[in-house]
Design a protein around this ligand. Structure first.
Ligand code: AMP
Ligand code: ZN
Length: 471
């Protein structure tokens, strides 16, 4: 198998992926801010982290994946206060919804979902460390990161620091900062925070957003871990600041590969509530779209290109999935005499194409093309009578391997049809095919009716092939 190459934001190059510890991968994804229902754009980003995780597992790596839950920031506090409920009750509602949506979309769970509010001590410790090193300072109860004390600041996000208005304090409403570019690590308590505060060794207040991820990734993945992921909008300031904090405090690199995915567009434009083109998963489910159709649509395209989503694209998805489903069912029906080596060769060729595409910076569109080509090849071999029970087993195993990465070939609705090796039904379907070939319509109809009584629906395909599914 070739080795995986990833576009690394740190180097702005396609870098060969070599984990810190052979066979193991430690990865971190900036998780959702739980102040509202996540939208499908957010899910494309999380689905991409999962696609990478799934592919690494397919390649045999033992992956440890951490995704934080941002349950404290301006928006969560505002939301909880507006409803007059405790912050924890407010954020738990949206965290639950997030986990449910992930499950519905077949996003495999991360190994850990640390919540920011449960790691305040780690954050305080990091701020103290930065203060000791002269990289953080206190002003009116808040703590700020002193950008001028970290020479590498701006390198990651390719910022031109000279152009970043040094010293223009008057333009900012945060007069207490020494430099407008400095950012908050810890926010001293203000009345509008109400009951949301922590009494700590650096005073009463709450953490800034960036310090949350530095503290939680350090705790669970240590220094210099393998892969850090997020949407492109997080490169600056969030990830630049995470790097400044962690590397300022530890003197070690935060992570070795930084992978950022592009945004999802809706009907060619940015998603926005005012344009009413802002979909949550529920919005699409209510319109009658199935989870696997939505998953298929959200995975489409290369992760480094903006991808457009529209209801029309879901229509096309239905047709594509029907092609995949028919292949899976045809294998179920396979009754040919077999051409074992030929089927093995076809699968090996398509699987190599799939791996080469995925190894090339997760070129998903090309990898998917290899899967569709395999489906076409298998359907043809099946129609030519080249697939018997042994070949069927080989083909199904290959499709399952692909599905460990794709997650939409075998859905729950499909499972009943695929998994049961229902020889009796297969045999009845075949008898009906024979009756039709002999123009014995009465017998063909009798068999169809008896199958219908058992909840089996038949679909006649061109060329005399029939596939079946359970209602
Ligand atoms: P948030 O909950 O706002 O912190 O965002 C969670 C993740 O969703 C971040 O990694 C964002 O970069 C990502 N994100 C936000 N908007 C979009 C979008 N339109 N398409 C894809 N990802 C997005
Ligand atoms: Zn983060």
């Amino acid at each position: 198998m070739t080795s995986l190459r990833l576009y690394n934001t740190l180097t702005r190059h396609l870098d060969e992926f070599v984990p810190g510890e052979p066979g193991k991968v430690k990865m971190y994804t900036c998780g959702p801010t739980v102040y509202a229902r996540a939208h499908i754009g957010n899910f494309r980003t999380f689905m991409f982290s999962d696609l990478l995780r799934r592919y690494l597992a397919y390649k045999g790596y033992d992956v440890f994946w951490v995704m934080n839950i941002t349950d404290i920031d301006d928006k969560t506090i505002k939301g909880a206060h507006a409803e007059g409920i405790p912050l924890r009750d407010y954020t738990s509602r949206y965290a639950e919804a997030f986990f449910n949506d992930c499950k519905t979309l077949n996003i495999t769970p991360a190994d850990l979902y640390p919540r920011a509010t449960e790691h305040i001590e780690d954050m305080v410790h990091l701020v103290e460390e930065l203060k000791t090193k002269g990289i953080a300072y206190e002003a009116e109860g808040s703590y700020y990161y002193k950008i001028g004390a970290f020479p590498a600041y701006g390198k990651f996000a390719r910022l031109n620091m000279k152009e970043m208005m040094v010293g223009e304090r008057v333009a900012s409403d945060e007069y207490e900062k020494e430099d407008i570019r400095d950012f908050a690590l810890w926010k001293g308590y203000e009345a509008e925070d109400g009951d949301v505060f922590w009494e700590t060794s650096i005073g009463k207040g709450r953490p800034g957003w960036h310090i949350e991820c530095s503290a939680m990734s350090l705790r669970y993945l240590g220094e210099d871990f393998d892969i850090h992921l997020g949407g492109v909008d997080l490169i600056f300031p969030h990830h630049q600041n995470e790097i400044a904090q962690t590397e300022g405090a530890t003197g070690k690199r935060l992570a070795r590969y930084w992978v950022h995915s592009e945004h999802l567009l809706i009907d060619g434009g940015k998603m926005s509530k005012s344009l009413n083109n802002f979909y949550t998963l529920d919005d699409l489910l209510e319109k009658g779209w199935k989870p696997r159709e939505i998953r298929f649509a959200l995975l489409a395209g290369h992760y480094r290109q903006r991808t457009n989503f529209s209801i029309n694209s879901l229509e096309a998805v239905r047709a594509s999935l029907a092609r995949l489903d028919s292949c899976v069912r045809n294998q179920e029906l396979a009754t040919g005499s077999g051409a074992g080596q030929e089927v093995k060769d076809i699968i090996a060729l398509r699987e190599t194409e799939f791996q080469m595409a995925m190894d090339d910076d997760l070129n998903y569109p090309e990898a998917l093309a290899a899967v569709f080509n395999l489906v076409r090849d298998l359907n043809k071999t099946c129609a030519d009578g080249g697939i018997g029970p042994e070949e069927r087993a080989i083909a199904m195993a290959a499709l399952r391997r692909f599905d460990s990465v794709l997650g939409f070939l075998f859905s729950d609705e499909m499972e009943t049809c695929v998994v049961c090796d229902d020889i009796e039904i297969n045999s009845l379907v075949r008898q009906r095919d024979e009756a039709r070939a002999a123009k014995n319509w009465a017998e063909a109809d009798r068999i169809r009716d008896s199958l219908a009584e058992q909840g089996i629906v038949l679909e006649d395909r061109p060329g005399g092939m029939t596939v079946w599914r359970r209602k």
